[in-house]
Design a protein around this ligand. Structure first.
Ligand SMILES: [Zn+2]
Length: 300
């Protein structure tokens, strides 16, 4: 898949007893790894976070709605944050992307180690207007998938099976996830079947390196009447702009902006998500400040 691009399938099982989201975020994870110059373990953590947040984001209703997921586990990589929208766009950032740990005894990347396990997963749903909705759970393992499954169970009372995986070598080989939610009318027979297959889902990154999303759906859910409702594109992209950065600068307040003008004759602000740099000269800051003050007077 092209760098920055991904894809998501939405399907149901047994005529709607369970709903499933299945995504391939390989190209998106590669772009995130490049943007942040991330280590292998942090790349894997970002891949899992991108997949989980994308699968939540596509459930939002209106264009301007956003979901912001933050894992703050006290690990050496620092907090990791991803934001997704209903249009399949995702952005991700982490404080220390370069951090690397040695492999776990089972040969796997130590995602729980770099993110840490002592903290919380916070999920914020913000709408075009009104107060955002905030949900929070204590981390189970910092391995991301179990933490999201716990969030769905505790915050939304929805039994959820979540598997996320990212294979990283020189490049990102595969990355994606699967989320299965039992609807209230779900039969015990279907739940039993899903539990039996949980082991298969847990190797999602391996499956993605061998099969298309449609083939995975067909193979993993054979006999459970999988019905694909939708296939939609996902994209790793940032919505920052000079206008938005100007608002951030203005929110610092007049005193701090005057200090930037006096001491540095300008400033450089970089976006945490896409690492783009925005330069402002002293004169531009002056003009911005005047504009901001004028606007405040109009309001008053
Ligand atoms: Zn940006």
């Amino acid at each position: 898949m092209d760098k920055g691009q991904g894809r998501l399938l939405r399907l149901t099982l047994k005529g709607g007893e369970a709903r499933v989201f299945l995504c391939d975020t390989t190209g998106m994870t590669q772009l995130a790894r490049d943007i942040h110059h991330a280590s292998n373990t942090v790349s894997a953590a970002m891949g899992r976070m991108i997949s989980a947040t994308a699968m939540m984001g596509v459930n939002l209703k209106s264009d301007g709605d956003r979901i912001t997921c933050t894992i703050n586990g006290g690990g050496p990589a620092g907090p990791m944050c991803a934001v997704a929208g209903p249009d399949g766009t995702v952005k991700v950032t982490v404080e220390h992307p370069e951090v690397e740990l040695k492999l776990k005894p089972n040969g796997k990347l130590d995602v729980g180690g770099v993110l840490g396990r002592d903290g919380q997963l916070t999920v914020m749903r913000s709408y075009g207007f009104g107060e955002p909705y905030l949900g929070r759970v204590n981390l189970v393992s910092g391995e991301v998938a179990e933490d999201f499954a716990m969030y769905y169970l505790e915050s939304e009372q929805t039994p959820t099976l979540c598997a996320l995986g990212t294979l990283v070598g020189e490049e990102v080989q595969s990355s994606g996830g699967i989320l299965i939610q039992a609807m209230p009318e779900c039969s015990d027979a279907l739940i039993d079947q899903l539990e039996i297959r949980a082991e298969l889902f847990s190797s999602i990154s391996q499956l993605l390196s061998e099969m298309t999303l449609e083939e995975i759906a067909e193979n993993c859910f054979r006999g459970l009447d999988p019905e694909i409702l939708e296939s939609m594109p996902l994209t790793l992209t940032c919505d920052c702009s000079r206008k938005k950065i100007e608002q951030v600068i203005l929110s610092m307040g007049e005193k701090d902006i005057r200090e930037l003008i006096r001491e540095q004759n300008g400033c450089e602000v970089s976006c945490h998500f896409c690492r783009r740099h925005y330069q402002f000269t002293g004169e531009e800051l002056e003009a911005l400040l005047r504009e901001g003050l004028d606007r405040n007077e109009e309001k008053a």
